[in-house]
Design a protein around this ligand. Structure first.
Ligand SMILES: C[S@@+](CC[C@H](N)C(=O)[O-])C[C@H]1O[C@@H](n2cnc3c(N)ncnc32)[C@H](O)[C@@H]1O
Length: 466
């Protein structure tokens, strides 16, 4: 390793680990950062050993990453404690001696990953570094230089080995954006719905979509707008559409168990105000995605969305199965159109066709896609000739089902033929879902009649509100 490229230890959160690679890959591409692995990472390990060309690169990466917890400049790495200290003693001191000047306060932090050790043991681990020429005063609150000593005992907290597998020492450089997850928690959010997206996943989606300052971002199945919050947080100007009038007007049944009626001012806009993001909010509009109303030449920078799967909410579009159906002139002003089923193949076909027309080249569509684990192979994913699939990570939902977070990057404009209808040839998740649950015909009839009843109530309420 050349000394101009420093080694860094990236320490990740052990949560939603399956999205780690996709997030970091997107951020490296967004900021045009080069990163090289010193050691090929293993999926189960919470750390990566890497090289960057400059420390600014690692700071930039961490300034956007929600998977990343901490990052340190690695001074020594050993398989045992004695190997670590031997290597640290051999480290070219002239490269780091300025951190030990008398004017610089310092602190050494000890972490034993997956093993509890007493405070006294921690102190003796710190004292083992007494050979370092530190001259400044110790400051435990706001040190000028924070060093980190980490012993890694694997990931099984209930059964850690006697000795650590790996030991690391270095200078803390920066932290990731984990605090944002708490700030955007659904527990304290003004307006949520039954399918509001968890903030960590929303932020990961916005990162995978490479959203940057000034981008125009659309969620065409916006619901309570969780994805807009994340996109706005990273500088996007956001707008959304949804077929559900009541949802967009904050008039659906309350989601929180203890809440009996919704507050008057619950809305996507109120969420934006809650997080001081109003200046990023363009609007939300009631729209059936199968009937696009956008000007042909209008382009978005990114589309992030969680389309309906038909399990917790209906998958519907405007339409009727009645032949030659015509609404009488006098009913037109208050008419609320009937809806028909919107199959998964059509939803994803429409999404990629829409994105082919309305996304800039290089722009990304980031969306969830439900699958049956046993049936899964890449061929069953939606695809379109104008897009390349750049990320595909799985989140397990149950033993048999999962959803995959897909990122499609637009590589070219569609031809005239490709601007026409586009249906993805993918199997209907719902059919198999209910088969797998061995839902009896009666149960299914009851459940479907409940959805219909809910829809009738919604329909009536929408009428009374318009
Ligand atoms: C899984 S939810 C999205 C939840 C959203 N990400 C959130 O955080 O609240 C899917 C949304 O798609 C909407 N939807 C269903 N069919 C639609 C259609 N044809 N056009 C537009 N939106 C539709 C539903 O009303 C629902 O709000």
């Amino acid at each position: 390793m050349s000394r101009s490229c420093r080694s860094y230890l990236l320490w990740f959160a052990q949560e939603h680990t399956e999205f780690r690679f996709a997030e970091i890959k997107s951020l490296l591409s967004l900021f045009k950062i080069e990163m090289r692995f010193i050691k090929q990472p293993k999926d189960i390990e919470p750390y990566w050993l890497v090289e960057f060309n400059s420390e600014n690169d690692v700071k930039l990466l961490a300034s956007r990453s929600v998977s990343l917890k901490n990052c340190m400049e690695l001074w020594a790495h050993g398989k045992t404690v004695s190997e670590l200290h031997r290597k640290m003693k051999e480290y070219p001191m002239h490269l780091i001696k300025h951190y030990f000047e008398p004017s610089k306060s310092f602190k050494i932090e000890v972490e034993t990953f997956c093993k509890h050790v007493s405070q006294q043991e921690k102190v003796s681990k710190i004292e083992a570094f007494s050979y370092l020429p530190m001259c400044g005063r110790v400051d435990l609150k706001q040190p000028d230089v924070k060093m980190q000593y980490i012993e890694y005992y694997g990931i099984e907290a209930n059964n850690p080995p006697e000795e650590p597998y790996d030991v690391f020492f270095g200078r803390w450089v920066t932290s990731g954006l984990r605090q944002l997850i708490k700030k955007l928690s659904l527990k304290t959010r003004k307006f949520i719905g039954n399918t509001s997206m968890d903030p960590q996943l929303s932020l990961l989606m916005a990162n995978q979509a490479k959203i940057t300052e000034g981008d125009i971002v659309l969620d065409p199945f916006v619901g309570s707008g969780s994805l807009l919050v994340a996109a706005a947080q990273f500088g996007g100007y956001v707008l959304g559409t949804d077929i559900d009038y009541l949802m967009l007007h904050g008039r659906t049944r309350p989601t929180r168990i203890k809440q009996t009626i919704r507050e008057k001012d619950e809305s996507v806009k109120a969420n934006m105000e809650q997080y001081d993001l109003s200046h990023r909010y363009l609007d939300v509009l009631v729209n059936d995605f199968s009937a696009s109303f956008w000007r042909n030449d209008f382009k978005f920078d990114a589309i992030i969305t969680d389309p309906p799967y038909g399990i917790r909410e209906a998958t519907e579009k405007i339409g009727t199965l009645k032949k030659n159906y015509k609404v009488k002139e006098e009913h037109l002003p208050t008419h609320i159109p009937a809806k028909i089923d919107y199959g998964i193949s059509n939803i994803y076909g429409d999404l990629l066709l829409f994105a082919a027309k309305h996304l800039k080249i290089g722009g990304c569509v980031v969306c969830w896609f439900p699958v049956f684990r046993e049936d899964y192979n890449e061929k069953c994913l939606p695809s379109h000739p104008c897009f390349t699939l750049t990320a595909n990570s799985e989140q397990g939902l149950s033993k048999v089902t999962s959803r995959r977070l897909l990122t499609f990057e637009k590589i070219r404009e569609p031809t005239v033929e490709e601007m026409q209808q586009y249906t993805c040839n993918i199997s209907d998740f719902r059919e198999k879902y209910y088969e797998a649950r061995e839902e009896s015909r009666t149960e299914r009839r009851l459940r479907e009649s409940k959805i219909r009843q809910d829809n009738r109530e919604k329909h009536e309420l929408s009428k009374s509100l318009t």
